[in-house]
Design a protein around this ligand. Structure first.
Ligand SMILES: C[S@@+](CC[C@H](N)C(=O)[O-])C[C@H]1O[C@@H](n2cnc3c(N)ncnc32)[C@H](O)[C@@H]1O
Length: 737
C-alpha cells in the first residue's frame, strides 16, 4: 500500500536504534552496541534482592506461597496459543491440533533437566476462553523450537500464525479482551495497542457474527509511530475492514466526530462502548519472558509510570460512553501501578464510574483479589505509610495519590474486585486487571460542552499563547508521513464500473467504502472499509494521525486477457464475497481444490483437462480472469466452507493464495502438504549453522512462492513481527513521552 508497503512497515528507525544502542551501552559498558541481549538470557542470574524485599513487604503474595511464587518466576514461560479464524475453520483446525500435534507432545521424551520427574506435559485447555479455543502447553518456545520430535508442531505454529489460523499469545494477556465482553456492534478503542496481540482478539470478537460485516469497529492506537506498524501487521493477518490504526498520545486523545444516526447530516462526539487501557508498565510480571528485568528492576520504575498510567486511564473514562465498559490492565505486580491508579481515578470520577466483578467470566482461573493496603517506597527502599512522612527530596517521585484509601473509605472503591494473577497460580506470567463501568457523565463532563478536563486545560493554554498563522501545508504529525485515504466517489469513480460489471457486484454494495492511498496516478491496490470506519476516517483525517485502515480487496493486474484490470485479493475476499455475483464463482469439488492447491507453482498451473468432469463443465464457458473458488464440506460439523481467490486462465485454473494459506487449506482438507512440512533438523546438516534458524524450510518455501505471487509480505519479516507481537514489551517512562 503506497509508501506503507511491505518493505517499509517493519523498517527499523536507524537513528532511534543508534540512540537506543548508545543508551544501552551507557548502562552496560561491557556490551557491544547493538549486541543481541537475548543471546545472554540463559546466563542472567534470576535474582534481585530489592524486588524480593519490595514485594514481600507489600504482601502481594501470601507468605506461605512465597517460595512457590519465586520459583515459578525464575522458570521459563510455557507456550500458549489461540485458534482463530471463522468458526468452521477454527473447529476443524482444533480437531487437527488435538489429534495430530498434541499426541506428538505426549509421546516426546524430554531429556533430564528439560522436564522434572513426574511432570505432566499434557496440553491444558483454558476453560475460561470463549469456545475453548485457547491452549497452554507445558513447553517453552525454545523447547518447541529445539526439539526435533516437535518439528511438525513448530512448523504448524509458524505457518498457521502467518495464515491467521493461530495466534501465539501469553495466557494471561488473553484475559483483558475476554472480560471486556466485546460484541459486533461495539465501538472499541484500544488505547495502548502495540504490538497488538490483544487488538487481534478485539477484532476477532467484533467479527463474531460471521455472516455480516460488523456495525462496530476497533480503533487501535499507540503513541509510538514505529510500534504502530506492528499493529498494521496484526490487522493484515486478520483481514478486517473494521479496524483503523491511529498514532496519538492516549492521555490527550482528541474527541473524534461521527455521524449522528438520530440526526442525519449532523455529527456527534465519538464515545466508545468498550475501551482497553493496557497501559505502559514496568513489566515485572513478565520476568519469565523478559529475564533482563531481573537486572534492571527498581521501585523507581513503577513510581515513574504511575502518572502516565493515571492520565491514560482518566482519558479512557472520559471517552467511554455511559453504559460502556473499560478494562485497565498491566503486566506489573506493583500496587503503585495497579490499585493506586485505579483508586486515584475512582476518587476523581466519584459515582460515575465503578469497578465490576467479572469472576463469573473466568471460570477455573485462579487469582488473588485486588489489594486494599500497600505502601509506596522511594528508590532507596524506604516505605511510607502516609505522604507526610515522605522526605522533601522524594516528594516529586512518591506522590500523595499513590497511597491507599483510608480504611473507612474502602467500601466506596471495592478494590477487591480487581484481579491479580501470580505466576504460580497456573504456571503463567503475572497480570493485573480491573474492569470499570460508566454509569453517568463524569463531574466535569456535566459542566459544559467541552467535556474533557485534560483537553480543556490544553485549550486554555493554547488560547493564552500568541495567535499563529495557520500552517499552509498539511501538518506532519510525528513519524512517517502517511499516504492519504482517498475514498471512491461512487459509481462514477473511473475504475469502478469495470470492477462492478466484471465481478457482478450486487446493488447493495457501497462503492464509497472502497479507497486507494493516492490522489493521482494509477490506482494499484483498492482497499475496503466498513461504513462506520469510512465515516470516522473521512471526518477525522485532520484531527488524528491515521496510520492504516482497510483490507486489500482488489489489486491491479494489467493482464491483456483481463476485461477488468483488477484481480481479487485473498485478504479482502471474506468481506466482499457476499456481494460477488454467480458470474465469477466456481463451486469446486474437493479433489479439484486439492489439485489447485498442491500445484501452486504459478508458471505451471493445472490444465483444465486435469480436473473432474464436474469442474470442467463449470469452467467451460467461464471468462478468463480472477474468480472465487468455493468449497463446502457437508460431512463436517460445522460444515467446512472455504472461499479462495482463483484464476481462470485460457487453459488452466489455479488458486491465487500465498503459501501459508495454501498450507492452511491443504491441512483443513486433510490433503498432503509434506513438501512444506520439512524437518529443519535434517536440513540443518546442509545449511550453515548461522542460517539454520531463519531457514526454517517451511517458511523458505513460503518465501519463494510468495514472491512469485507478488501478493504478500515477506514471511520471514512476518515471523519476526509475530515474535514481537507475542511480547508485551515492558515500557519505561521514556517511551511514553
Ligand atoms: C504494555 S504495551 C501494550 C501491549 C498491547 N496492548 C498488546 O497486547 O500487545 C504498552 C504500549 O503503550 C504504548 N504507550 C505508551 N505510552 C502511551 C501513550 N501515552 N499513549 C498511547 N500509547 C502509549 C507503548 O508504545 C506500548 O506499545
Amino acid at each position: 500500500m503506497g509508501r506503507r508497503g511491505g518493505s517499509r512497515k517493519h523498517q527499523v528507525n536507524k537513528f532511534a536504534q543508534r540512540k537506543r544502542d548508545r543508551k544501552e551501552q551507557e548502562k552496560n559498558p561491557q556490551e557491544k552496541p547493538g549486541a543481541d541481549t537475548r543471546k545472554h538470557y540463559e546466563d542472567i542470574v534470576r535474582e534481585n534482592a530489592a524486588f524480593e524485599e519490595y514485594y514481600k513487604f507489600q504482601k502481594v503474595c501470601p507468605e506461605a506461597e512465597w517460595d512457590t511464587f519465586m520459583k515459578s518466576l525464575k522458570d521459563n514461560l510455557p507456550t500458549a496459543f489461540r485458534i482463530t479464524g471463522s468458526k468452521c475453520e477454527a473447529s476443524a483446525l482444533m480437531k487437527i491440533v488435538q489429534s495430530q500435534y498434541f499426541s506428538e507432545i505426549l509421546n516426546i521424551k524430554l531429556s533430564e533437566g528439560e522436564k522434572e520427574e513426574g511432570e505432566e506435559i499434557k496440553p491444558i485447555n483454558l476453560s475460561w476462553y470463549p469456545g475453548g479455543f485457547a491452549w497452554q502447553l507445558r513447553l517453552s518456545r525454545t523447547d518447541i523450537r529445539r526439539n526435533e520430535a516437535l518439528y511438525r508442531l513448530h512448523n504448524f505454529l509458524v505457518a498457521e500464525t502467518a495464515a491467521g489460523g493461530v495466534s501465539r499469545q501469553e495466557t494471561v494477556s488473553m484475559i483483558p479482551p475476554v472480560v471486556l465482553n466485546v460484541q459486533p456492534h461495539h465501538k472499541v478503542l484500544d488505547m495502548c495497542a502495540a504490538p497488538g496481540s490483544k487488538t487481534a482478539q478485539l477484532i476477532e470478537f467484533v467479527h463474531a457474527d460471521e455472516d455480516k460485516m460488523p456495525t462496530g469497529f476497533v480503533m487501535a492506537n499507540d503513541v509510538d509511530n514505529n510500534r504502530c506498524y506492528m499493529l498494521v501487521h496484526q490487522a493484515k493477518r486478520l483481514n478486517s475492514p473494521s479496524i483503523l490504526i491511529t498514532n496519538h498520545d492516549s492521555a490527550v486523545m482528541p474527541t473524534l466526530e461521527i455521524t449522528d444516526e438520530q440526526n442525519p447530516g449532523r455529527t456527534k462526539p465519538l464515545k466508545f462502548d468498550r475501551i482497553l487501557c493496557d497501559v505502559p508498565c514496568s513489566g515485572d510480571a513478565t520476568l519469565r519472558k523478559n529475564p533482563d528485568i531481573w537486572l534492571k528492576w527498581s521501585t523507581g520504575n513503577g513510581n515513574n509510570l504511575h502518572g502516565i498510567q493515571y492520565r491514560v486511564l482518566k482519558r479512557g473514562c472520559e471517552l467511554l460512553d455511559i453504559g460502556g465498559r473499560l478494562v485497565y490492565s498491566t503486566c506489573s505486580f506493583n500496587p503503585v501501578e495497579n490499585e493506586a491508579v485505579v483508586h486515584r481515578v475512582l476518587q476523581e470520577t466519584g459515582d460515575a464510574v465503578k469497578l465490576v466483578d467479572v469472576e463469573y467470566m473466568l471460570p477455573g482461573l485462579k487469582f488473588h483479589k485486588g489489594m486494599t493496603y500497600w505502601r509506596p517506597a522511594s528508590k532507596d527502599m524506604v516505605f511510607y505509610e502516609k505522604y507526610e512522612d515522605v522526605p522533601e527530596k522524594w516528594q516529586t517521585v512518591v506522590r500523595p495519590q499513590m497511597f491507599p484509601p483510608k480504611p473507612e473509605d474502602l467500601p466506596k472503591y471495592n478494590l477487591e474486585k480487581c484481579i491479580r494473577i501470580l505466576p504460580h497460580h497456573q504456571d503463567t506470567g503475572g497480570f493485573f486487571v480491573a474492569v470499570f463501568e460508566k454509569t453517568a457523565l463524569l463531574k466535569w463532563e456535566k459542566e459544559g460542552n467541552h467535556t474533557e478536563s485534560t483537553l480543556k486545560k490544553e485549550e486554555s493554554e493554547k488560547n493564552s499563547a500568541p495567535v499563529k498563522e495557520p500552517p499552509k501545508k498539511r501538518r506532519r504529525m510525528g513519524g512517517y508521513r502517511e499516504d492519504p485515504f482517498v475514498f471512491f466517489s461512487g459509481d462514477s469513480e473511473d475504475v469502478y464500473p469495470s470492477i462492478r460489471d466484471f465481478y457482478d457486484l450486487q446493488q447493495s454494495f457501497d462503492p464509497t467504502c472502497l479507497l486507494t492511498r493516492c490522489h493521482i496516478g494509477k490506482k494499484k491496490n483498492i482497499y475496503l472499509v466498513s461504513p462506520v470506519v469510512k465515516d470516522i476516517v473521512s471526518r477525522n483525517e485532520n484531527n488524528i494521525k491515521i496510520i492504516n485502515t482497510g483490507v486489500k480487496t482488489f489489486v491491479r493486474c494489467d493482464n491483456k486477457n483481463m476485461v477488468c484490470p483488477f484481480r481479487l485479493s485473498q485478504e479482502g475476499l471474506q468481506s466482499i464475497t457476499q456481494f460477488i455475483g454467480p458470474k465469477r464463482r466456481i463451486r469446486i469439488l474437493r479433489e479439484d481444490l486439492i489439485l489447485v492447491l498442491q500445484n501452486d507453482n504459478p508458471s505451471k498451473p493445472p490444465n483444465v483437462t486435469q480436473f473432474s468432469e464436474h469442474t470442467q463443465q463449470l469452467v467451460k464457458d467461464f471468462a478468463t480472469g480472477s474468480c472465487v473458488l468455493e468449497y463446502k464440506e457437508e460431512a463436517q460439523d460445522p460444515n467446512l466452507e472455504l472461499t479462495l481467490v482463483g484464476w481462470r486462465g485460457v487453459h488452466s485454473l489455479r488458486a491465487y493464495t500465498a503459501t501459508p494459506d495454501t498450507v492452511h487449506y491443504l491441512r483443513l482438507l486433510g490433503a498432503d502438504y509434506s513438501k512444506y512440512d520439512v524437518n529443519k533438523f535434517k536440513k540443518a546438516s546442509e545449511v550453515p549453522e548461522s542460517d539454520a534458524e531463519v531457514n526454517d524450510v517451511t517458511m523458505k518455501a513460503t518465501d519463494d512462492v510468495t514472491k512469485q505471487n507478488g501478493d504478500n509480505v515477506n514471511p520471514v519479516v512476518e515471523i519476526e513481527a509475530e515474535n514481537m507481537a507475542t511480547q508485551d514489551v515492558p515500557m519505561t517512562e521514556k517511551t511514553t513521552t
